[in-house]
Write a protein that binds this ligand. Structure first.
Ligand code: NAD
Length: 289
C-alpha cells in the first residue's frame, strides 16, 4: 500500500519503519522534522495525506489530532483509509470519525498497547473502532505492526477499550504496590508474597508479569531502576482520559478517580519520569497518614 504516516515519535517511528520494511511505500511527516530510515520524508501533513491508500496518525492527544485532521481531510482522496493509532479521548475519536466519514473517507480509531518495545518488535495489540469493511482493509497493516487486532465496535470503541483496560491496570498496580509495601512493614518477604499471590486469587498482570519489586518475578522495569517501560506520566494521561469519559457518560469510577489522583501526586514527586510501577518506592516513602 501507499501509506502516509504522521507523528514519527517514540511509537510512530518504529511503526512506520516496520511498514516500510514489509514492502509498503511509506511517506512520513513529523512537526519536528524527524526522519525514519526507509521512510520517505513528506513535505508536510497534507503531502503525507495526498494520494495515499492509508493515512496513519500517531500523535500526542485529541486536540492535536483534530488540528492535523482539519489539515489533511481535504487533501485525502475519497475512500482513503484513515487510521488513528494515538491514544485520545473518546469524544475526539468520534469527532475525527464524523469529519472523515463526511468527507467520504474510511476511519478507524486504533490505539495500541505494547509500548515502544512492542512498536519496535511489531508485536503491538490494536483495539479498533469502526466498520468491519475498514477493519478488514487495515488488517494487513495491523499484521505488520502488531500481533493482534480486535474490532471492538463502532468508531470510538477502540479508545473506550484502551482507557477501560488501562484504568484496570492503574488501579491494580496501585493495589499490588500497596500490598508489597505493607508486606515489607509486616516482615513478610516479597519473594514469599509473590510465590503465594501469583498463584492465588490476588494474581493479576501487575504481579505475575510486571512485579514492581526488583528481583522478584519475571524481569520488569523494577529490575532496571524503574526506567520506563510505561512511564507514570502516560498512565496519568490514560487515567485522566478515563475520568473524562466517565464524567461524560455519568459512570461511577471512584477507584479510577483515586488512581488518577495518586498518579498525579506521584508524577509531581522526585520519581517523575519513572515507570508507573515506581508507585512502590513512592508508597514506601508515605506513612499510614
Ligand atoms: P511522542 O511524543 O514520542 O510522539 C508523538 C509525535 O507526534 C512527536 O514526534 C511529535 O513531534 C509529533 N507531532 C505533534 N504534533 C504534530 C503535528 N501537528 N504534526 C505532525 N507531528 C506532530 O509520543 P509516543 O510515545 O510516540 O506516543 C504517541 C501516542 O501513542 C500517544 O497518544 C500515546 O499516548 C500513545 N501510546 C504511547 C505508548 C508508549 O509507550 N510510548 C504506548 C501506548 C500508546
Amino acid at each position: 500500500m501507499n501509506i502516509g504516516f504522521i507523528g514519527l515519535g517514540n511509537m510512530g517511528a518504529p511503526m512506520a519503519k516496520n511498514l516500510a520494511a514489509a514492502g509498503h511505500a511509506v511517506s512520513g511527516f513529523d512537526i519536528t522534522g524527524a526522519t525514519v530510515p526507509g521512510v520517505a520524508s513528506a513535505a508536510g501533513a497534507q503531502d503525507a495525506a495526498t494520494g495515499r491508500d492509508a493515512v496513519i496518525t500517531m500523535l500526542p492527544d485529541g486536540a492535536i489530532l483534530a488540528s492535523v485532521y482539519a489539515e489533511i481531510i481535504p487533501a485525502a482522496a475519497a475512500g482513503t483509509l484513515m487510521i488513528d493509532c494515538s491514544t485520545v479521548d473518546v469524544a475526539s475519536a468520534r469527532a475525527a470519525a464524523a469529519k472523515a466519514e463526511a468527507a467520504g473517507l474510511r476511519f478507524l480509531d486504533a490505539p495500541v498497547s505494547g509500548g515502544t518495545t512492542g512498536a519496535e518488535a511489531g508485536s503491538l495489540t490494536f483495539m479498533t473502532g469502526g466498520t468491519e469493511e475498514a477493519f478488514d482493509a487495515a488488517r494487513p497493516l495491523f499484521d505488520v505492526m502488531g500481533q493482534k487486532a480486535v474490532l471492538c465496535g463502532p468508531a470510538g470503541s477502540g479508545q473506550a477499550a484502551k482507557i477501560c483496560n488501562n484504568m484496570i491496570l492503574g488501579i491494580s498496580m496501585i493495589g499490588v504496590c500497596e500490598s508489597f509495601a505493607l508486606a515489607e512493614k509486616l516482615g513478610l518477604s516479597a519473594e514469599a508474597l509473590f510465590d503465594v499471590v501469583s498463584t492465588s486469587s490476588g494474581s493479576c498482570w501487575s504481579v505475575n508479569s510486571y512485579c514492581p519489586v526488583p528481583g522478584v518475578g519475571p524481569k520488569s522495569p523494577a529490575d532496571n531502576g524503574y526506567r520506563p517501560g510505561f512511564a507514570a506520566a502516560l498512565m496519568l494521561k490514560d487515567l485522566r482520559l478515563s475520568q473524562q469519559a466517565a464524567a461524560d457518560a455519568d459512570a461511577a469510577t471512584p477507584m479510577g478517580a483515586l488512581a488518577a489522583k495518586l498518579y498525579e501526586t506521584f508524577t509531581g514527586s522526585d520519581l517523575q519520569g519513572r515507570d508507573f510501577s515506581a508507585m512502590l518506592p513512592w508508597l514506601r516513602g508515605q506513612g499510614h497518614g
